[in-house]
Design a protein around this ligand. Structure first.
Ligand code: PLP
Length: 425
C-alpha cells in the first residue's frame, strides 16, 4: 500500500469516526466517503470512482450536478432564495403550472421533503371526507397498503406495517386501515362508509420494488369511484420518469384524484415535493389551513421547474423505458442462467429494479459491499433485495458495466455459497 493510499484510508476513517461520534445512529451507511459527483458517477475522498446505481432513492434522476440545474440554482440564489409564502414571487406560478400540466391535475401545493406532501395529502383527504363526502366528524379513515413506505413523521410511521419504523414511537394517529397490496378483494373489504381515501404507492419502493398484478390500479380506480373514495398515489419514488412513463400509474391509463411527488422534483439539488390534486380536493384548503415556511420558495421553484423541463428536453422518460428494459432483461438473464439459485426474483419497471436474493445463500448487504469494492453503489432493502435505480441520464456503457460487476459478485457467491451462509443472519 502506497503512502497516499494510507493517507486516504485514514482520512476516510476520520470522517467516519467523526460522524459516528456526533451524529445520531439512525442510519447504517456504506462506508464510502463521497466527495463529488458528476452525472452517473460519484467520487470518494481518495479519488475512487463509482457508478451510482441508486441515485439517492430516485432523488438524483437527473444525475449529479446537472449543469442546467446548477445554473438555475445559482441564478435564482443570486436573485432571491427564500421569501416565505407571505409574499408572491415570479417563479412559483410557472413551476406549479408546469406540474399541473404534466400531471393532468388542476392545482399543486408545494412542500420540501416528501413526507410533508404526504401529510398535506392526508389533511386534504380527510377534509374532503367531511366536507364533500359527508363523513361524520372525526370518523374519517384512510386505507393504506401493507408494506407501505410514505416517510417518517409520527402519523406516517403510525400506519406503517414495519416494526422497525414504529417501535416505541407511539401513540399514533388513528384512522388508517390496511389491505394486502395488489389484492383488489382485500382493498374492497378494507373500504367502509367512512373511508375518504386510498393512499398507495403504485409500485412499492422500500418494500422491494413490488409491482402489483396487471389491472390492479385500474380496478382500484373503479372501486374508488364506485365507493366515492379518493385515490391518492404516492409517486415520490416512482414518478418523474423512473418507471419509463412520467408516472407509474400511466402504465394503466388511470388518473388519480391526488398525486404526491418529491425526490427528483428537486433535480438532485434540493428537497422539493408537491401534492397535486383536482380542484375539488385542493380548493378545500384556505389561507391558514396548511403551510410551510420553506415550501414553494423561489429557489425550490426555479430548480423544480428546470428539473421538469430537463426531463422533457433530454427525453429522460423514454430513456428510462429503453434502458430499463435492457436492465431488466439482463437481470432476468442472470437469474435464468444461474447455477446456484441465488436470485429468487427480478422485479421492476423502467430504470428501477429489485433483485430478490435467497437469504439462506447470500445476504443482500454482503452483495452491496462487494459491489462497492468493484466501484458500484447500490442499496439493499429488507435484507434480501438489491435495489438498482441509476440516474436516468446513465450511459449504456456504465449501466452494462455495473451489471457485469453484479454478475461477477454473484458468481463469487455461487462458487463459495458456504461462505455466504456463514455471513447470513
Ligand atoms: C414512496 C415514498 N413516499 C415518501 C417518502 C418520504 O420522502 P422523504 O424522505 O423525502 O420525506 C419516500 C422516501 O423514500 C418514498 O419512497
Amino acid at each position: 500500500m502506497g503512502n497516499s493510499d494510507r493517507a486516504g484510508q485514514s482520512a476516510a476513517a476520520d470522517v467516519i469516526a467523526l460522524e459516528q461520534r456526533v451524529g445520531a445512529n439512525n442510519y447504517a451507511p456504506i462506508d464510502v466517503v463521497v466527495q463529488s459527483g458528476k452525472g452517473e458517477w460519484l467520487f470518494d475522498i481518495d479519488g475512487r470512482r463509482y457508478v451510482d446505481m441508486m441515485s439517492a432513492y430516485s432523488a438524483v434522476s437527473h444525475g449529479h450536478a446537472h449543469p442546467r440545474l446548477v445554473a438555475a440554482l445559482t441564478a435564482q440564489a443570486q436573485r432571491v432564495a427564500i421569501t416565505s409564502r407571505a409574499f408572491r414571487t415570479q417563479v412559483l406560478g410557472p413551476f406549479l403550472e408546469k406540474l399541473v400540466g404534466i400531471t393532468g391535475l388542476d392545482k399543486a401545493l408545494p412542500s420540501n421533503g416528501g413526507v410533508e406532501s404526504v401529510e398535506a395529502a392526508i389533511k386534504a383527504a380527510r377534509r374532503w371526507g367531511y366536507r364533500a363526502k359527508g363523513i361524520p366528524a372525526g370518523q374519517a379513515n384512510i386505507v393504506v397498503a401493507e408494506g407501505n413506505f410514505h416517510g417518517r413523521t409520527t402519523t406516517v410511521v403510525g400506519f406503517s406495517s414495519e416494526d422497525d419504523y414504529r417501535a416505541d414511537f407511539g401513540p399514533f394517529t388513528p384512522g388508517f386501515r390496511h389491505f394486502a397490496f395488489g389484492d383488489i378483494a382485500a382493498l374492497r373489504a378494507a373500504i367502509d362508509a367512512n373511508t375518504c381515501a386510498v393512499i398507495i404507492e403504485p409500485i412499492q419502493g422500500e418494500a422491494g420494488i413490488r409491482v402489483p398484478p396487471p389491472g390492479f390500479l385500474q380496478a382500484a380506480r373503479a372501486l374508488c369511484d364506485e365507493q366515492k373514495v379518493l385515490l391518492i398515489l404516492d409517486e415520490i419514488q416512482s414518478g418523474l420518469g423512473r418507471t419509463g412513463r412520467w408516472f407509474a400509474h400511466q402504465h394503466e391509463g388511470i388518473r388519480p384524484d391526488g398525486l404526491i411527488l418529491g425526490k427528483a422534483l428537486g433535480g438532485g439539488l434540493l428537497p422539493v415535493s408537491a401534492f397535486v390534486a383536482t380542484r375539488e380536493v385542493m380548493d378545500l384548503f384556505q389561507p391558514g389551513s396548511h403551510g410551510s415556511t420553506f415550501g414553494g420558495n423561489p429557489l425550490a421553484a426555479a430548480v423544480g421547474l428546470e428539473a421538469l423541463q430537463v426531463i422533457e428536453d433530454e427525453g429522460l422518460v423514454e430513456r428510462s423505458a429503453v434502458l430499463g428494459q435492457h436492465l431488466l432483461q439482463r437481470l432476468q438473464a442472470l437469474q435464468d442462467s444461474q447455477s446456484v439459485p441465488l436470485i429468487r426474483e427480478v422485479r421492476g419497471r423502467g430504470l428501477w429494479a429489485g433483485v430478490d436474493l435467497d437469504p439462506t445463500l447470500v445476504r443482500a448487504r454482503s452483495v452491496v459491499e462487494r459491489l462497492v469494492e468493484r466501484g458500484v453503489l447500490s442499496k439493499e432493502t429488507h435484507d434480501t433485495v438489491i435495489r438498482f435505480a441509476p440516474p436516468l441520464v446513465i450511459g449504456t456503457e456504465a449501466l452494462d458495466w455495473a451489471i457485469d460487476m453484479f454478475a461477477e459478485v454473484l458468481a463469487e457467491f455461487a462458487v463459495a455459497p458456504a461462505n455466504a451462509v456463514a455471513v447470513a443472519r
